[in-house]
Write a protein that binds this ligand. Structure first.
Ligand code: 6PG
Length: 237
């Protein structure tokens, strides 16, 4: 059966990071005049990709001055906190490349300020919504993506592009892109390797209306691509 979303299946998380890095290099080279606008994801999955991009050959090959980084979500913590997505990305990549990067200051709660920055820096598409060249997303075993968690208010936001989202299941609040901004992107990559993602991956690939926040990532006219490995793409008999 044809999956509900386009997928790329790699051998394992390391091979997935390598394939992602190659495609990222291609996008960066073809972002003329640029910059390639990229929204980074947090969590542990993309760390391998970020670390790979910060090493040869990508460190030398990618035209970093033509890449501009943003964050798709952030925890309400300072940038040096162990849970900070910025800290992870800065240590793995941003501190090693000359690209402009815009930290999401979630601890300030100023979601409107980050939305304003995005509107100023990212060219708008047809509906006047900023159109990122690439949005990187991960998924949780509960089907959340960015900080769009099941049952939270941000799922219903259709006007604002960046909001503070109360996440009772984590007893915290997070700043996050909303669907209008994510779904305006040219490309959205959902990085979902690993056995612990298999169940939610398989349900979403079998049903585009699956009851998970990640299943509502359906960029138009852009395209979504799910990056899987053998573990998450395995179909249980
Ligand atoms: C975050 C991410 C979140 C993450 C998933 C998967 O801020 O944590 O934006 O959506 O992508 O929780 O996390 P792992 O990659 O660690 O499995």
């Amino acid at each position: 059966m044809k999956p509900a979303f386009p997928t790329i299946v790699c051998k394992d998380a390391a091979a997935l990071a390598e394939a992602c890095a190659e495609k990222f290099l291609y996008l960066a080279f073809n972002a003329v005049p640029g910059p390639l606008t990229v929204a980074l994801s947090g969590g542990s999955t993309p760390k391998k990709l970020y670390e790979l991009l910060a090493q040869p050959p990508y460190l030398e090959k990618v035209p970093w001055e033509r890449v501009e980084f943003f964050f798709g979500d952030e925890r309400a913590v300072p940038p040096d906190h162990k849970d900070s997505n910025y800290r992870m990305a800065h240590e793995a990549l941003l501190s090693k490349v000359p690209s402009k990067a815009h930290r999401m200051e979630a601890e300030s709660g100023n979601a409107a300020g980050y939305e304003q920055l995005v509107r100023e820096r990212v060219p708008a598409g047809g509906k006047g919504v900023p159109r990122f060249d690439l949005v990187l997303l991960g998924i949780g075993a509960d089907g959340h993506t960015a900080s769009l968690f099941p049952g939270t208010q941000a799922l219903d936001e259709r006007e604002k592009l960046v909001v503070l989202n109360e996440v009772p299941q984590l007893n915290t609040r997070r700043m996050t892109f909303t669907y209008p901004l994510i779904n305006a992107a040219r490309k959205v990559w959902v990085l979902a390797p690993g056995a612990e993602k298999r169940q939610v991956v398989q349900e979403c690939l079998a049903n585009p209306e699956a009851p998970y926040p990640v299943a509502a990532v359906k960029p138009q006219p852009g395209e979504v691509l799910w990056w899987l490995d053998k573990e998450s793409s395995r179909i249980e008999q």
